[in-house]
Design a protein around this ligand. Structure first.
Ligand code: SF4
Length: 268
């Protein structure tokens, strides 16, 4: 493996983040508390499907500093430095060591416009832990997953580890996180809605789930809600993307229920 490519990937243009440089803080094999049917990095193998209590100790090596410096040397404009690729990043108890090094490197450079912000992807399963919420809150933008709002849909869609909290606990802790966050930092809830072409597999694109989700979002009061769908090869062949017309309908349902202009809802 090229040592200069251990942690960083991209930068890639992203519809939701602008130009984004990724940082992967997990081992090379996927490690996650979920095995989502639509996961674009493939199935979570049973050995890598772990409890939200599971922690790995994987501090950054000296290569992170070298690699990130060499990546951003040639970039004058970047919108986001984004943590999360190969599973659930909050499982690495050294997450903030990565953030501290990346912050030093970002702040040493003079940027053409604004500095890129630090973004974290999380699947929300570990947020019941105060320690994890305290780490997550250090990111300027948190993109937290919530595609379902009842336990039947949760089990079918996200196929969580057996020790994962139930969906009500996840929703409560997303609301708690939002209340604890500084007003300068933003919480975006990502809702990936998909269809199924397998008769016996019910997708999360049902009136019940969309309605339950709308009420969960009203409770969480995030800054942003992002409705989107499958854009790459999913882990299971029988799920596929919803179209833009349906995304707009879902946005309208969410807006009607949330009734709060401070919550910005749109589809991608
Ligand atoms: S939470 Fe993310 S990484 Fe984990 S299985 Fe789901 S889509 Fe894949």
């Amino acid at each position: 493996m090229n040592k200069l490519k251990r942690y960083c990937y991209g930068p890639f243009p992203s519809r939701r983040l602008g130009l984004s440089l990724g940082i992967d803080i997990l081992p090379k094999s996927k490690l996650c508390t979920y095995n989502c049917v639509y996961c674009e990095i493939g199935q979570t193998q049973p050995i890598n499907l772990v409890s939200p209590e599971h922690r790995i100790h994987a501090p950054p090596s000296q290569n992170l500093r070298k690699e990130l410096t060499s990546y951003i040397k040639y970039i004058s404009k970047l919108d986001s430095i984004t943590f999360g690729y190969n599973g659930e990043p909050t499982l690495n108890e050294n997450m903030l060591d990565f953030l501290n090094i990346a912050t030093e490197i970002r702040d040493e450079k003079s940027w053409l416009n604004n500095k890129p912000r630090f973004t974290l992807f999380t699947n929300s399963s570990t947020l019941y832990s105060q320690e994890i919420r305290d780490r997550v809150k250090k990111f300027e933008l948190i993109l937290a997953k919530l595609d379902v709002a009842n336990d039947d849909d949760f089990k079918r869609t996200n196929r969580p580890h057996k020790t994962a909290p139930n969906i009500e606990t996840i929703i409560e802790n997303l609301a708690k996180l939002k209340k604890e966050m500084s007003t300068e930092h933003k919480l975006a809830i990502q809702c990936l809605i998909f269809n199924s072409n397998k008769k016996e597999f019910i997708s999360n694109n049902t009136p019940k789930n969309i309605n339950d989700l709308a009420y969960a979002l009203k409770k969480i009061k995030p800054d942003i809600v992002q409705v989107y769908s499958i854009a790459r090869m999913p882990a299971n062949y029988f799920v596929f993307s919803i179209d833009d017309k349906r995304k707009q309908e879902i946005v309208n349902i969410f807006r009607d229920v949330i009734k709060d202009n401070d919550v910005y809802v749109r589809y991608y």
